[in-house]
Design a binder for this molecule. Sequence first.
Ligand code: SOE
Length: 389
Amino acid sequence: MAKKQLRVGMIGYGFMGRAHSNAYKQVGQFFPSQHEVVLKAACARDAEKIKAFADQWGYESTETDWRKLVERPDIDVIDICTPNNMHKEIALAAAANKKAILCEKPLAMNVPEGREMVAAVEKAGVPNMVWYNYRRIPAVTLAKKLIEEGRLGKIYHYRAKFLQDWTIKSDLPQGGQGLWRLDVAAAGSGVSGDLLAHCIDTSIWLNGRLDSVCAMTETFVKERLHNLTGKVEKVGIDDACTFMGRYENGSLANFESTRYARGHKAAYTFEINGENMSLSWDLHDLQRLQVFDYKDDSKIRGWKSVHVTDNGTDKNGVAEHPYMDKWWVPGLAIGYDSSFTHQVADFIQGLETGKPQGPTFKDALETQCVLDAILDSAKSEKWVNVAKA
Ligand code: SOE
């Protein structure tokens, strides 16, 4: 049977443009479906750069104006890989043109923008998803499975960290290729929207809604050259952010992110402590889930390191270790890039089953509500209740 085409219009060509393009190219090989992903067009203002990107990844055509791209009848899905301050405008236009939308995280610059985006996709009835990719690292998805099976019992604590060190240099400019994350006008916030957003998305998915937060932020380098004005200007982003919080289920949250943790490049870790079981995960050892099961025989009770590979199927024939049966032979590794491939595979499954896979824009709005609450709290130096999405 002929496959239905899913024709992608990609906006942006940076790190995420590459990560997503790689996923589009891989997905049909490892996760066959009734859809064939076609890299139809890539779009960015710089004609030469976008042509080079399109040639490298195999896009059929290019555009230099995203408005033209979202109106093209030969595009089914718009992938937004631009700086955050463009997300809303593009998403609204894409929804008005009845395109499915895959948007980079965080959803928006702030909650009001996020609400507009949710309203737009819901009104247009178009499929939508946000690229919070870490949910789909198999060991993280396995954690979700163990929690859903009730193995942890009552959950008491959720703690997460995302540490990097790439902005310590005080002579890095704010703005420009790869550095827009330092410019508050383009990014909306600093590490909170960039790194904590991942931790919050994973935590809400695993542990439910965060109810209230108390945060602290710091901007260590107060002024940087702005590439657009050519002047040294005040830095408006948070360089580091720490917060504590309470979940609706009564458990306590403890989160930290920074780009000033010398020696750490992408140290995303989390730990969950339940009454019967604790789980912990580390992006630098992404195929392993650390599990402590209090129900184990006390003679051999202890933390075990579960290698999430292809360990066979359950009684219903479903792979015990999520996604892994689709890759290589048991025991062989997959990586960070595969989380994006899994996300496209699930997005397509959502299209085919009519059951949208998260995080949808609505789910990502919940994370946005936490992000806004954190920044409010840091500013007011008070506890803040998280708004309902
Ligand atoms: C920042 O350095 C960054 O690339 C984030 O933007 C990504 O979302 C994260 O996954 C890795 O770090």
